[in-house]
Design a protein around this ligand. Sequence first.
Ligand SMILES: *Cc1c(COP(=O)(O)O)cnc(C)c1O
Length: 354
Amino acid sequence: MKKHNFSAGPCILPKSVLLQAAEAVQDLDGSGLSLIEISHRSPAFVSIMEEARSLALEMLGLEGKGYQALFLQGGASTQFLMVAYNFLNTRGGYVNTGTWSSKAMKEAGFFGEVLELASSKDKNFAYIPKGYTIPEGLDYVHLTSNNTIFGTQFKEFPKTNSPLICDMSSDIFSRELAFSQFDLIYAGAQKNMGPAGATLVVVKEELLDKMAREVPSMLNYKTHVSKDSMFNTPPVFPVYTSLLTLRWLKEQGGIAAIEEVNERKANLFYSELDLNPVFTGFAEKEDRSVMNATFDITVDELKPVFEKACESAGINGIKGHRSVGGYRASMYNALGMDSVGVLVDIMSELERKG
Ligand SMILES: *Cc1c(COP(=O)(O)O)cnc(C)c1O
């Protein structure tokens, strides 16, 4: 039976990517050697890393614009502290839109003053704060573009003269943005790009000049930039798989094309959610995420019926995060329209029963 994978992360990847990745583990491009047993200094892997880095920039429209792409380890969670270690000299501004933002703020607190510019905690992070003022002279402003757990997403980004840093773990490569408004973007691979184990960092070279503190080699962005993201053994399998996903994305027509598909999937889901009285959305309408839809069932007795129907239909990963409850449908790039259709059919069937 076909599975419909709505998991929030690690998440669905294109089938063709999985097949090619599996093949490369046994035999990389007919070399007779496995991807994971060759030297990372071999020409074969060096060219994989170079292509992955340049394709990431190309997809974001940042090639030749003074940016560097790196594939680092330690997940987005290490970026929480690495950003602050490298750039928080005095005071950094954070917009607190949920669990991940809060964690980023906690780590930054080890290095300097953390100014909470705005927060949506008063409504359990069901919306994106707006209309706050950002003081001048901050070392940077940090945002989380898509809140994976609460299902909210920035549609517009605040203007500031300070460097803008964004955790895009769960919506990178899913929608067109003016990516050059950001000075640093980071994203754990496992939400829209590849397996866990690699974190994409896209950093503007100019930002590196603003480093005031001495930072040990492994946690210093300059180290990784100067060594072409090969300072130490890189996570070869996640990097290669991410490259395969980036090639797949390019074949689809790039971000603009995938954004259209993502919009259609989200519209299909949210139209059903809005019309169906058995279901209720968690996030406020204007801020809700195209990637992660958070919702619940208004009639308790119907919950087991819904869950059973999902299970029988091959739906996986629909349970909500414990801090929100209910359900969450994650509709990342590789999820097909047909999968959303299966879920929506179950929802409308439930209304008939309810
Ligand atoms: C999943 C997630 C993280 C944490 O990523 P790790 O790679 O597990 O450290 C951080 N930020 C956002 C927005 C996420 O969705």
